[in-house]
Design a binder for this molecule. Structure first.
Ligand SMILES: C[S@@+](CC[C@H](N)C(=O)[O-])C[C@H]1O[C@@H](n2cnc3c(N)ncnc32)[C@H](O)[C@@H]1O
Length: 240
């Protein structure tokens, strides 16, 4: 289970990187995007990076976890965002249509081609579905338990990602592009260890508490900071 404060503290370590990731997206997609939807927005960290890069857009954002949405709603800097609770697995139950639909860091939790295709029906003319997910190279760079990394990677195995790309390349009426964006990010060891201890990264949910406690006591780096390679796949499906 997520705790909004601990979740936000951990993922906030990547706020500069997130801003740069969406800057990268703006360089690929130079269109004005008036209506944007952020799918599975958590506490609004992805939403904030979208807002910074699309300051004139109206942004809707939802998550399944009400406690994360309640946290986001209280943030003064995100007061113009329309946050709500919804299950990403039922895109057809959403009311509206958008110029840009973003699914960031949550694809691995509902990696299903038919669900993703459901979002294509919600795009306006020339609209884009943008899928952003951490690469395996990035996952390998995290100093966390090896079996947690394997669980993370198992959620989007290389071969299933290749199948998705193959299928998305051939959808009538859509252009597909893919790229990746990454660089080293220095993060606080204290915050990372806290996130591991309190299982704020979903791949830790299946790991026994005992194993995590054991990992916490091993002589890991005493450094205040640790470098991780933050890298995302950027998949774009643009309506012709
Ligand atoms: C790693 S967080 C990413 C949050 C945000 N997109 C970001 O990049 O900061 C994954 C999020 O997916 C949400 N989530 C998982 N399953 C979901 C579902 N079926 N519908 C909506 N949100 C879901 C979780 O509650 C969590 O907030």
């Amino acid at each position: 289970m997520y705790s909004a404060e601990e979740f936000n503290e951990f993922y906030n370590l990547f706020s500069n990187y997130n801003n740069d990731l969406f800057k990268h997206i703006c360089t690929i997609d130079r269109n004005i995007r008036k209506q944007i939807l952020d799918v599975a927005c958590g506490t609004g960290l992805s939403t904030s990076a979208i807002q910074i890069n699309y300051p004139l857009s109206h942004i809707d954002a939802f998550d399944l976890d009400k406690s994360l949405i309640d946290y986001a709603i209280k943030l003064e800097e995100l007061k113009d965002i329309n946050f709500f609770v919804h299950d990403a697995k039922i895109p057809n139950a959403l009311n509206g249509s958008w110029d840009l639909i973003v699914v960031k860091s949550s694809l691995h939790l509902f990696f299903d081609h038919s669900i993703l295709k459901g979002y294509l029906n919600l795009l306006n003319e020339k609209g884009v579905l943008c899928l952003l997910e951490t690469t395996h190279t990035s996952i390998d760079s995290y100093p966390i338990l090896n079996n947690a990394k394997n669980i993370w990677k198992k959620n989007i195995p290389t071969e299933r990602k290749a199948e998705l790309v193959k299928e998305f390349r051939n959808i009538d009426g859509f252009d597909f592009t893919s790229s990746s964006f990454g660089y080293d990010v220095k993060i606080s060891s204290r915050v990372l260890n806290n996130a591991v201890k309190n299982k704020q990264i979903s791949c830790l949910w299946e790991i026994a508490d005992e194993q995590i406690r054991e990992w916490m006591t091993r002589p890991y780096s005493k450094a205040d900071f640790v470098d991780v390679f933050a890298e995302f796949d950027v998949f774009f499906l643009k309506k012709q």
